[in-house]
Ligand binder design. Structure first.
Ligand code: GAL
Length: 421
């Protein structure tokens, strides 16, 4: 077992990545343009966006597309840049946010324009699942256009490393996971559980909470005033601590792609990461079943921990007309079926063409699972269950924990974060 302590070096990642932010935010005085903001710049993220951009440019030859993506997985840098722009009334024409509590924050702050007429014109109330529409509705109006559903609770594993460690199949429970991690650490040179930047540890935490508490217990954590000061949460955090002992030390400056790649390259046995990793593996040319395998993160089989990327129309968008043509593409069946197979996600629309996902064994299976009506749990890190204030408090608590390894303090801080709601 390796003991792991993180230093504050994690911040360095942000600074390097911020440097690649682009986009000038205005219409530059030239012809018509549309500025779209996201954080999809890296491996596996960019390909889907680029395919949409290509389609947009073909459909709208007179509009210049300005890709204002700010690098950094899960929007850690982008969201801060965006907040600054929204506060100073310099919004892009559309930005990518998460359906759920995160979006509600933007709506309450008055940053977003309602899209009710657009929803009616495009028939989106029929095309999208009701539960998803609820997550983008505020005071009876809808405020964004969901382009996909991602799954957060996926465990990626390397079949060769597992075989070398004598682990027959990906572990299904958290106890089995701990045994497998120990076997990998004893029998191989591989990293048992790969992680990257701090946010990937929060991502791991949500899967461990779900696996330990079950969907009902997990979902209750996000209800107003819910207590985290319980033996069940303490137990879940104890398991989290044990898992963290099997992660690598040098990872704080790496983003999610490096952690995922370590699995497909055979440098690591496991990585718990959202299914954007599936898009990345494809891009790397990694082969499913050979270079990587997947399963629900331990203890969570039958539950879909979901999140949804959704595009908005900010109040005061400089190029509203062009923004609407962008939203039209994002909302369309063709747009979603172009974007999602590359992104590693399934369409938000219910009328997508399954054949477009059949080239990827992962996507084919996850689409089937989604359509079979699994239990649902919302991802906290990716904006479904908590807004920005709560999420930042959790992030701070996880950051402190990575420095001092004090699980009781982590539990107390998480409880306080929940009580402040
Ligand atoms: C999530 C986002 C995904 C993917 C991931 C990694 O928050 O919803 O689309 O980009 O971050 O960056």
């Amino acid at each position: 077992m390796r003991a792991r302590r993180w230093s504050v070096a994690a911040g360095a990642l942000g600074l390097v990545l911020m440097a690649s932010a682009c986009g000038d935010g205005g219409d530059g005085g030239g012809g018509e343009q549309v500025e779209v903001f996201s954080w999809w710049t890296g491996g596996g993220e960019e390909a889907g966006l680029n395919a949409l951009i290509e389609q947009y440019e073909e459909d709208n030859p007179d509009v210049e597309f300005v890709n204002a993506a700010v690098a950094g997985g899960s929007g850690t840098n982008a969201q801060a840049v965006l907040e600054g722009r929204l506060q100073s009334q310099d919004p892009p024409d559309s930005f990518q946010g998460h359906a759920g509590a995160e979006l509600q924050d933007y709506i309450e702050a008055g940053y977003l324009a309602p899209l009710d007429d657009f929803f009616d014109e495009q028939g989106l109330h029929d095309a999208l699942p009701d539960q998803l529409v609820e997550q983008i509705t505020y005071d009876g109006s809808v405020y964004s256009v969901p382009v996909n559903i991602h799954r957060s609770n996926v465990m990626w594993s390397n079949p060769t490393v597992l075989e070398e460690a004598g682990v027959d199949a990906p572990p299904e429970t958290l106890d089995e996971l701990l045994e497998a991690l120990e076997a990998v650490s004893e029998e191989t040179d591989a990293i048992p559980m790969a992680v990257g930047a701090q946010w990937t540890v929060s991502h791991l935490l949500e899967s461990v909470l779900l696996g330990s508490l079950g969907p009902e217990g997990y979902n209750e954590l996000w209800e107003p005033g819910a207590s985290w000061d319980t033996p069940e949460v303490a137990d879940a955090l104890g398991t989290f601590e044990e898992i963290m002992e099997y992660t690598q030390e040098e990872s704080a400056a790496e983003d999610w792609q490096e952690a995922a790649r370590r699995v497909s390259d055979g440098e690591a046995a496991f990585n718990i990461m959202g299914d954007w990793a599936a898009g990345y593996f494809d891009e790397l040319g990694a082969l499913p079943g050979e270079d990587y395998d997947w399963s629900a993160s331990p203890g969570t089989d039958g539950t879909y921990m979901w999140l949804s990327d959704s595009f908005t129309l900010p109040e005061g968008a400089p190029n509203e007309e062009a923004a609407m043509t962008w939203l039209e593409l994002v909302a369309s069946q063709e747009g979603q079926d172009t974007f999602n197979p590359l992104k590693g996600s399934i369409p938000a629309r219910e009328d997508a063409d399954p054949a477009r996902y059949a080239d990827s064994p992962y996507l084919e299976s996850t689409l089937e699972e989604w359509q079979s009506g699994p239990e649902l749990a919302g991802s906290f890190w990716h904006g479904v269950t908590v807004g920005n204030r709560w999420k930042n408090d959790i992030d701070t608590a996880v950051g402190l924990y990575l420095g001092d390894g004090d699980t009781e303090a982590l539990n107390a801080a998480l409880n306080e974060a929940a009580q402040s709601e």
